[in-house]
Structures are given as structure tokens and as C-alpha cells.
Design a protein around this ligand. Structure first.
Ligand SMILES: O=C(O)CCC(=O)C(=O)O
Ligand SMILES: [Fe+2]
Length: 297
């Protein structure tokens, strides 16, 4: 008889020794750090993010929800890109490392951060009652080159600050602990998942090759925690997007630009304000497909 073990998720205080945090991450590929941010910091962030969610919903919800992209995010979920610009002070305080907060995910050696070589993007998530389960997936394509399987190291770390208490009922993200070490042909099922239950101000972390997906939000609209708000900070290795001047980039073929990181993956990683940077980023306006090495495409 095989015994089905219930997947477990470890929560440590944000002040835990970094070695202990790494040990859990190496084993499970995921962890929750409690009391990462104070109530006041979260309230300040929530206040700024509200306008950002409102703007996204009025201006670009269809697109930014990926409704046109195989329904990657369930209906009832708003993914508000470019969050940093909406709350720069609040977010720099939390993630700039300037106040010595430990641990700053940017400095977690797991992604081998070298100064100037790690990109990040920030996305606010508002998940409303009725939002369904999201397909389990890996966040690996948050940078230009897709990699899968345990034979390559993770190319990024996905981190989420809880803007409210996240519960199984309001659809806490479900993660498959240990899935960063699974063989490539193992497919995840919901039985492999544990909910990332967090108190407001906690930080959820998983490696980019760890399977996960939003849970279903079963709340009634008048439940106090009906809206599940989390703030995602995706830190990716391999950002080469800042190596070249725009004039030089404009001479490159689309394939080269893509390899350099000017590319929005299917799950949205790598996007600029939620869109493909080649279309959206102002310095690349007027790009006509490049002139260098056109025959190698
Ligand atoms: O909404 C969530 O909890 C997770 C969303 C997610 O995994 C993603 O957008 O890549
Ligand atoms: Fe994801």
C-alpha cells in the first residue's frame, strides 16, 4: 500500500538565520517568511495599489489578465503590472535592502545575483470571489530562455508579499513543495499542492522551477478577506537587456532581442508594463526588424 503524504509548507520568521531559510528552500523549493512587513507598510502599499488596480481594470484588464492568452489567469483576477511605478517609495523600502531588512530576496544567492544582472518585475494580484483554480505551472519563462527540469538551476525566484491574510478559502496560491527537483516528465496534480497560507505582511517564496498556481476563491463577496491581494516580485537571473544602447538594439533581429530578454513570456514574465517590450518600450519605437545577421533567423 502506498501512503499518500500531505504536502507540507514550512513557515519561518523573516528574522530566521539565512542558512535555515536556504536549507528549506533547497529541500522544498518554497517557504513562507512571517512578519516580513509591518501592518503600516502593508496598509501604505494597499492604498497605493488600489489606484493601480483600478487603472488596470479600466484601461487594460482584458490584456493584462491574459484572457487572450489561454486564460492563464482565471476570470475575476486582476494582474496589475508595473506596480513599482505606483508605489516606488513603499516598495523600495521593502525590497531595496537599504534598511538592511533580512532577507532581501534580491540578495538570496539562489539566483546568483550579481549587481546589475538581475531583472525584476512587480505585479499586484487581486483575486475576487468566484475566481477559479489556476493551472499549475512553473514561472521559468520570466526571462528570455525557457528551461525546464531539475538538471538546470532555477533562473529566478518568485516572491509574494501578502496584502491581506491569505487562506485556503480566499484562494491562497497552491504550491507543490519539492517540485523543483521533479523529473521533467512528472506532471503536477492538486493532490501535490499545499496552500501558501500567510498572514498579512508575510512573504511567500518559491523557486521559478517549482510548480504552483492560484487557488480557487470560495469566499462570499461580503467576507472580510474576500479579496486576496498579493504583491509579486519576480527576480530573474540572466537579464542581459541592459547591455546595449537602444540604437544598437534596433539593429538586432527579433530573435536576438528575444535572447537578450526583450521578450514577454506566455505567462507575462519579461513584459514591460504587461506588454512585449519590443512593442511597448519607448526607446525601441520605430524598430523595423533589425539589419544584422538577417540570414541566421
Ligand atoms: O495568483 C496567484 O496566487 C499566483 C499567480 C501566478 O502564479 C502567476 O501569475 O504566475
Ligand atoms: Fe506563476
Amino acid at each position: 500500500m502506498t501512503v499518500q503524504t500531505v504536502p507540507q509548507l514550512v513557515t519561518l520568521p523573516a528574522t530566521a538565520p539565512i542558512e535555515d531559510i536556504f536549507a528549506v528552500l533547497r529541500r522544498d523549493g518554497t517557504i513562507v517568511l512571517s512578519e516580513f512587513a509591518t501592518d503600516e507598510e502593508i496598509e501604505a502599499l494597499n492604498a497605493k495599489a488600489k489606484q493601480h488596480f483600478d487603472r488596470t481594470e479600466s484601461e487594460g484588464r482584458e490584456h493584462d489578465n491574459y484572457n487572450k492568452n489561454k486564460n492563464f489567469r482565471p476570470k475575476g483576477t486582476t494582474g496589475a503590472y508595473g506596480l513599482f511605478s505606483a508605489a516606488p517609495e513603499e516598495l523600495s523600502k521593502l525590497f531595496g535592502g537599504s534598511d538592511g531588512r533580512v532577507p532581501d530576496p534580491h540578495y538570496m544567492g539562489l539566483v546568483g545575483r550579481r549587481e546589475g544582472h538581475t531583472d525584476q518585475q512587480l505585479v499586484g494580484y487581486k483575486v475576487s470571489p468566484g475566481s477559479r483554480l489556476q493551472a499549475l505551472h512553473r514561472d521559468l519563462n520570466s526571462c528570455g530562455v525557457q528551461r525546464t527540469g531539475p538538471e538546470t538551476p532555477p533562473n529566478g525566484v518568485s516572491t509574494f508579499i501578502a496584502g491581506c491574510d491569505t487562506t485556503e478559502r480566499n484562494g491562497a496560491t497552491r504550491v507543490c513543495p519539492g517540485s523543483h527537483l521533479w523529473p521533467q516528465d512528472r506532471h503536477p496534480t492538486q493532490a501535490d499542492t499545499a496552500p501558501i497560507v500567510m498572514q498579512k505582511g508575510s512573504l511567500g517564496i518559491f523557486l521559478s522551477n517549482c510548480f504552483h498556481g492560484a487557488g480557487a476563491n470560495a469566499c462570499e463577496p461580503d467576507d472580510p478577506d474576500a479579496l486576496r491581494i498579493i504583491y509579486g516580485i519576480f527576480c530573474c537571473q540572466d537579464n542581459t537587456a541592459l547591455y546595449f544602447e537602444p540604437e544598437v538594439l534596433k539593429k538586432m533581429t527579433p530573435k536576438t532581442l528575444r535572447l537578450l530578454g526583450y521578450y514577454k513570456g506566455r505567462t507575462g514574465g519579461g513584459g514591460y508594463l504587461g506588454r512585449d517590450p519590443v512593442d511597448q518600450w519607448e526607446p525601441l519605437q520605430g524598430y523595423t526588424g533589425g539589419e544584422w545577421f538577417p540570414n541566421t533567423e
